[in-house]
Design a protein around this ligand. Structure first.
Ligand code: PLP
Length: 420
């Protein structure tokens, strides 16, 4: 559950009316609830109390420094997929020993950076990557701790763009090939096998695919042990879904119970990489209505947030609830809520029945705490929005809205290209 509710007819985060924040920081902005964030961390951690484990928050869901600092404070580690995320995780106070590094395209310099930092493990996604990591570790006089990210070929039954654990996906190494890579890794002088990993997709609303994956991994673990290969960590990735509309994903406690039962007795330290389930419902995107526009076919509500601010509807056809800032009696109508970007895919909601909005009204796009700001861009030269964190009756701007000058950052016009 979250912390965004009406008080005296005004939509608030905790005790703070979103309209007050809009007044002070302008629109659009992301608003995160600190108490909700803490509650979600606890909801994930509680069922795992007493179980040897490390939760590594998937930074790509929300890399805000304040948000990740809260994770660090609660003992969470990080799952990073780039040098930039590694940098941010360390800056947020997450110790390197709690950082796992996933992703199919790690560059030499990113690998070096992770080796220098001394991360917990690399999740290896290809045979070539394994060789490169062994070589880089050799150059640096280190041993790289590795797990192989196994692609167990299970269907997570989610949107195809966020499914990662099927044979047709670019992620991980197929079961049979994983055995081969482990045998190779065992012979490599600068690599230490510390774990086994899988991550099958995102926004999963059932536990069965997770359990299928565990079962397949167990068979592989057994085969590896017959080859004298053992390790400390079993990394089960992230992917637990949240409620955007009427999905009914398992509660983290049900997820934990099912997983603990499935892994029972392996004696491995469990690693989890949740992203969305921790932050998704901690945040909303607040935007202001600019115009109403009637065409023969549709009514458009044109707002000041676009696909550059929140791309999920355009990219995944994702559904986000939309709430008016003011709860007052009014008619409803069917509308498209669209942004100012020059693309027809620039919508936040399509064919949605909503209360009638007028120019100047505020609305909240709900469940925007995951894959919201992190996926934002400056497309159409739109400065990226502000991020605000609310703690009960206080709020803090944790990321300044970009200024126009920021759009020029790093740019340079060489004299030589200017005609005389
Ligand atoms: C994206 C990702 C996650 C987190 O996924 P969620 O659905 O947000 O929990 C975890 N692990 C890896 C490797 C990922 O790429």
């Amino acid at each position: 559950m979250h912390d965004f509710d009406y008080k005296d007819g005004r939509l608030c985060c905790g005790d703070v009316p979103l309209a007050d924040i809009a007044q002070a920081v302008g629109t659009p902005f992301y608003c995160y609830s600190l108490p909700t964030l803490r509650r979600h961390i606890q909801a994930f951690e509680e069922p795992l109390a007493g179980v040897e484990h490390q939760t590594c928050f998937a930074m790509k869901a929300n890399a805000n420094l304040a948000v990740v600092s809260v994770m660090a404070r609660h003992g969470l580690g990080a799952d990073v997929v780039s040098g930039g995320e590694l940098y941010l995780a360390l800056r947020a106070g997450i110790p390197a020993s709690k950082i796992v590094y996933s992703g199919v395209g790690k560059t030499d310099s990113e690998i070096d950076m992770a080796l220098s930092a001394g991360i917990m493990m690399f999740n290896i996604e290809s045979g070539e990557e394994l060789e490169v990591i062994n070589a880089r570790a050799g150059v640096m006089g280190k041993r790289a701790p590795i797990a192989i990210r196994v692609n167990p070929d299970v269907d997570p039954r989610t949107h195809p763009y966020i499914s990662t654990g099927m044979q047709k996906n670019k992620f991980g190494i197929a079961l049979e090939a994983s055995l081969e890579q482990y045998l190779k890794a065992k012979e490599m002088p600068h690599v230490e096998i510390v774990g086994i990993d899988c991550h099958i997709g995102s926004q999963l609303t059932e536990v069965e695919p997770f359990i299928d994956a565990v079962e397949r991994l167990k068979v592989l673990i057994e085969r590896l042990s017959r080859h004298g290969i053992s390790f400390r960590y079993l990394d089960l990735g992230g992917g637990l879904g949240i409620t955007y509309a009427n999905e009914e994903p398992p509660h983290p406690s049900a997820y934990a119970r099912a997983i603990l039962e499935a892994v029972g007795g392996l004696g491995l330290k469990l690693v989890f990489e949740p992203g969305r389930v921790i932050v998704g419902n901690t945040g909303v995107l607040v935007t202001r209505v600019q115009y109403r526009k009637q065409t023969p076919k549709k009514t458009f509500i044109i707002v000041d947030a676009g696909m550059n601010d929140l791309i999920r509807p355009a990219l995944y056809d994702a559904w986000h609830d939309i709430k008016p800032e003011q709860m007052r009696a009014r008619d409803t109508e069917q509308v498209d809520v669209v942004g100012p970007i020059c693309e027809s895919s620039d919508f936040l909601a399509r064919d949605r029945v909503l209360p009638v909005f007028s120019r100047g009204d505020l609305m909240a796009v709900m469940s925007a705490g995951a894959y919201g700001f992190t996926m934002s861009s400056t497309y159409n030269a739109r400065p990226r929005p502000a991020e605000v964190m609310v703690d009960e009756s206080r709020y803090f701007v944790v990321t300044q809205r970009q200024r126009y000058e920021d759009l020029l950052s790093g740019q340079h016009v060489p004299e030589e290209i200017m005609g005389r």
